[in-house]
Design a protein around this ligand. Sequence first.
Ligand SMILES: C[S@@+](CC[C@H](N)C(=O)[O-])C[C@H]1O[C@@H](n2cnc3c(N)ncnc32)[C@H](O)[C@@H]1O
Length: 238
Amino acid sequence: MTTELERLEQQKAYYRARAGEYDEWFERRGKYDHGEQWNARWRAEVEEVRRALAAFRPTGRVLELAAGTGWWTAELLRYADEVTVVDSSPETLAINRARVGDAPVRHVVADLFAWQPDRQYDMVFFSFWLSHVPPSQFAPFWGMVKAALKPGGRVFFIDSQRSQTGTAADQTLQLDEQVEQTRRLNDGNSYTIVKIYYTPADLQARLAQLGWDVTVRRTDNYFLYGEGVRHELTRREG
Ligand SMILES: C[S@@+](CC[C@H](N)C(=O)[O-])C[C@H]1O[C@@H](n2cnc3c(N)ncnc32)[C@H](O)[C@@H]1O
């Protein structure tokens, strides 16, 4: 068993080393190709979440945490005036930068467990990140999200459901209570990282305890997504 600190360091190293092959996962290529039937379901569920984000309308000044190679950054740019993206991997942010071109995006290389927002945003977005936040960092992470939001600011996030066809063919899914996973890259090197699969009800309840009024929904197989605001803001506005 690795320590939490080791897992977080390996997690950063893993995503740096994985940058060039990261999109194989989202595009269902290589070891993520589970056959056309499952790939088509994946694409349909991506589209369902994409539509939910469009309905949410992520307008104004947007902060995207752990933005990675930028598939969702490009989606945010359909609505946002400007996007600040933060990620600890310069390699993934280089791909992100190439993807968004000359769009109004500020790229920040930083460790999210140490980073503090330097301005306030209309909304905060993160995809496939919360499942990599260890339990000890869950409340501090949401405290940072709160600090990043203007009064009345909103949050939208996307994450993974536990699903064998959602992950690599050579990846064994861990048991319910486990918070770590060993991941192998195409070069055979392996890394131990944090991975937590939430259910919508559990996640929504945990967020309510921290003062968030967030609704978490799921797609049939692969994704969960949440959207909302802080409780006290809702009350004040009501
Ligand atoms: C699963 S990927 C998600 C990327 C992107 N949001 C997406 O939807 O594809 C996780 C991202 O978190 C970044 N990351 C890992 N540890 C981090 C840390 N401590 N601080 C900031 N970013 C981190 C990785 O570099 C990687 O880009």
